[in-house]
Design a protein around this ligand. Structure first.
Ligand code: UDX
Length: 441
């Protein structure tokens, strides 16, 4: 099939590349010229396991192209995906300007009938707006071309996006047009294990499904973080409580890891946008607002723990940070708990030495650009002379470190773990103090 992908961010690039991997002809379009030039040379703008190899293979086969020219992309395709960003606007709602621009351009430049698929995460009702704008542009030029707008939310996890795309838990299609559903079924056929994983519904339900999925996962995280905070105060151990509840198959283990708050491009933004949508429809979403508040508070939990042990004034302290990315497997730092943590530590006068396997450039150039942090290229070197180590992202290489080396390098002996990745007994046996989330000090 012939597919155009508007937007070469995480979602667009992964989706386009995976469709090319199953033999479709894909043309990806983006306004960012440098990005497109780089992609043409096989240079990927993000760190995502497996993606670079997949892009290069498809380019060699000749069925994945990159362009800044939307007219060319529309000419060469029958299905056009909109996969542009929907960043958080000032008031917490999703900013739809990029989606609507894409729709307008489609209406202006399409030259044959098309299927328009919205993959961007958009508030309920956006499908209708996209449809109206395309129609308006067609009318302006007196065209009677036909199109159908389909909603197809994405459920990719950063760091595992290609795998998630190739082996989805489900594919959700919002459309009540039989032909559109058939086309989508054909496109997704190679990825679908059985028909029950191909879920079709109306557009609004598909749009809400995406927000509901992310809100549910965010709720699980804020729930376990709340129980962790209670646990710490009453003298229980959240690691044990977690096992105790998660072993009930109705509850399950996934997304019940306590931590220093969820981050990333989706949960914070989507929970806020869903709250906004609910309020616009005269419904006060108390549970979702609490999910959001608990998370915001959770980003301070490590700071409180550190100041409780080391004191409010950290001006004579040097602190090592392991992990800057919002989660392992990515260089993404959007809404990462590390940002707030480091800013708070700096405000209290601490010196900060940080190490992350992938995200140090991101931190330096964007997210912590104005904050004085020493970036160290090796996890053990980052520990030289520090009073404390703080673990913020649970990268694999932090999971079973040489504790003798850690103890030898550090000046102090306090480890604050924002992800509860060690056995307390093991850490303590090396003369180190170990402070976890949800376990009394
Ligand atoms: C998420 C959804 O999982 C995905 O389906 C959707 O399409 C986009 O948003 P992503 O943001 O890439 O994906 O990361 P995810 O692995 O879901 O983690 C999100 C955040 O939750 C991270 O900050 C992570 O550290 C945190 N988290 C996750 C926890 O604190 N505890 C957990 O148990 C799980």
């Amino acid at each position: 099939m012939k597919v155009a992908m508007i937007g070469t961010g995480y979602v667009g690039l992964v989706t386009g590349t995976c469709f090319a991997a199953t033999g479709n002809n894909v043309i990806c379009v983006d306004v960012a010229e440098q990005k497109i030039e780089n992609l043409k040379k096989g240079i990927i703008p993000i760190y995502e396991p497996g993606l670079e190899q997949m892009v290069k293979s498809a380019q060699q086969r000749g069925n994945l192209k990159f362009t800044t020219d939307i007219k060319e992309a529309l000419k060469e395709s029958d299905i056009c995906f909109i996969a542009v960003g929907t960043p958080m606007g000032e008031d917490g709602s999703a900013d739809l300007q990029y989606v609507m621009n894409a729709a307008r351009e489609i209406g202006q430049y399409m030259i044959h009938d098309m299927y328009i698929v919205d993959k961007s995460t958009v508030p309920v009702g956006t499908g209708d707006k996209v449809k109206a704008v395309i129609q308006e542009e067609l009318d302006k030029r007196g065209s009677d071309l036909k199109f159908d707008v389909i909603s197809n939310p994405e459920f990719l996890k950063e760091g595992n996006a290609c795998q998630d795309f190739m082996h989805p838990d489900r594919v959700v299609i919002g459309s009540e047009n039989a032909k559109s559903i058939e086309v989508m079924q054909e496109l997704y056929e190679p990825f679908i294990r059985s028909s029950e994983f191909f879920v079709t519904m109306d557009i609004k339900s598909a749009e809400l499904t995406k927000y509901a999925a992310n809100a549910m996962l965010a709720t699980k995280i804020s729930f376990i973080n709340e129980i962790a905070n209670i646990s710490e105060r009453v003298g229980a151990d959240i690691n044990k409580v977690r096992r105790g509840i998660a072993s009930d198959s109705r509850i399950g283990y996934s997304f019940l890891n306590p931590g220093c708050g969820y981050g990333g491009s989706c949960f914070p933004k989507d929970v806020k946008a869903l709250i906004k949508t609910s309020k616009e429809h005269d419904y006060e979403p108390e549970l979702l607002s609490s999910v959001e508040n608990v998370n915001s508070r959770q980003k301070m939990v490590l700071v409180h723990s550190i100041t409780e042990v080391l004191g409010e004034d950290l001006s004579d302290k040097k602190i090592a940070i392991w992990g800057l990315a919002f989660k392992p497997g990515t260089d993404d730092m959007r809404e990462a708990p590390s940002i707030r943590l480091i800013e708070e530590l700096k405000q209290r006068g601490a010196k900060v030495q940080a190490y992350d396997p992938q995200a140090m450039n991101m931190a330096k150039s964007f997210y912590l650009k104005d904050v004085e942090v020493e970036y160290i290229n090796n996890k053990y070197d980052a520990l030289n002379d520090v009073d404390a180590l703080v673990i913020v992202t649970e990268w694999k290489e932090f999971q079973s470190p040489d504790f003798m080396e850690i103890a030898a390098r550090m000046k102090g002996n306090d480890i604050f773990d924002g992800r509860n990745i060690y056995k307390a007994k093991t850490v303590k046996s090396h003369g180190l103090n170990y402070y976890q989330i949800g376990v009394r000090k």
